[in-house]
Design a protein around this ligand. Structure first.
Ligand SMILES: CC(C)(COP(=O)(O)OP(=O)(O)OC[C@H]1O[C@@H](n2cnc3c(N)ncnc32)[C@H](O)[C@@H]1OP(=O)(O)O)[C@@H](O)C(=O)NCCC(=O)NCCS
Length: 307
């Protein structure tokens, strides 16, 4: 018998009387094409590699609901340290308002609680805020997403002695800096991005000490910037780091995901580099302890956290 995580039996869990033949179970590789279709109907414009990466970063935590073996809903759950970020929360439009979303999210809440996870984070669209509020999530802050069409002309590419490519040996220092700035242990996320995209992982060093970094990812559709973490509030350093990654990324659509709306410095840097705000999200948190807004050193989150 296959050993399934999440306390779900091998044939999945039944949804209850009203949705008698719908079941839910852990998300697997074979579900990703179908999950991606549901996600992209919403206009979220994801590539399958993002979902594959979530399963790699946080195996066995995301779930799907199915009906006659057809995927009709999904929620990704990325677990890092004591925090889980829910993303890609979507139910097939024909199945909405039948209680499936409620059952799935309640299951994840209970499961994460039993694992001792202290903070559930979700970056909600406006229309879904009531849904999360009903499950005990509280609004905390706004996050903006910047986009641009990267052209060769935007790539300055001048060499910068204070900036260098990050490697696996920098992971410890990056995680420490990230923990201080964001308050979260995101080592598993940083590690996977560093391993998969070494060419566009850049650190800013002062006297050999890492003081800021940006990681990125690219896929056939677009490139994403984030996490972008700074221990200093310095527009010059931020602009130089951003310039260094722009020089490495392919021309085409580029997003900077999840810039805290309160971070005016990050907004200035992005705007000056030719980006425009495109999407607005609302960070909603469920936690037994007090959770602070992101500090001014958090310049941008990352895609699989963003959801
Ligand atoms: C949001 C979503 C996942 C909810 O799933 P669902 O299965 O339709 O939700 P449920 O039937 O379990 O709803 C439970 C309760 O949440 C509330 N709710 C659900 N969707 C809502 C919406 N769009 N607006 C306001 N309240 C909503 C309702 O109070 C509902 O109870 P009710 O139907 O008795 O009034 C689903 O509507 C969806 O896929 N929406 C599009 C994608 C999306 O926006 N996802 C969120 C991204 S952050």
């Amino acid at each position: 018998m296959k050993n399934l995580p999440l306390g779900i039996p091998p044939n999945g869990l039944r949804m209850g009387r009203e949705n008698d033949r719908a079941v839910f179970r852990p998300m697997e590789s074979r579900d990703l094409e179908a999950v991606l279709r549901l996600i992209n109907i919403e206009g979220w414009n994801y590539d399958i590699s993002e979902l594959q990466r979530i399963l790699k970063v946080s195996p066995g935590t995301s779930i799907v609901s199915t009906f006659d073996d057809k995927v009709i809903g999904g929620i990704t759950a990325t677990l890092s340290g004591n925090r889980c970020v829910l993303g890609h929360v979507v139910i097939d439009s024909a199945w909405r308002r039948k209680g499936l979303g409620k059952i799935m999210i309640n299951h994840l809440i209970r499961e994460m609680d039993s694992r001792g996870v202290e903070i559930l984070d979700v970056y909600s669209v406006k229309n879904a805020m009531d849904f999360y509020a009903q499950h005990g999530f509280k609004y905390l802050e706004n996050l903006d997403t910047f986009t641009t069409m990267l052209t060769e002309g935007m790539k300055k590419g001048a060499s910068d002695d204070d900036i260098r490519d990050l490697t696996g040996s920098d992971l410890g220092e990056m995680s420490r800096l990230d923990l201080i700035v964001t308050g979260f242990d995101r080592r598993n996320i940083l590690s996977v991005l560093l391993e998969e995209f070494p060419g566009c992982s850049k650190g800013f060093f002062e006297n050999d000490k890492l003081i800021a970094f940006i990681l990125c990812r690219t896929n056939p559709i677009m490139s994403d910037i984030g996490p972008w973490t700074m221990s200093v509030s310095d527009e010059g350093i931020g602009s130089r780091l951003l310039g260094a990654v722009l020089a490495e990324l392919p021309a085409g659509k580029l997003t900077i995901l999840g810039v805290p709306a309160s971070n005016k410095l990050a907004h200035n840097i992005c705007t000056n580099a030719g980006f425009k705000t495109e999407l607005y999200n609302y960070r909603m948190v469920k936690s037994k302890k007090a959770v602070d807004r992101f500090t001014e050193g958090t310049f941008a989150l990352s895609a699989f956290e963003f959801g």
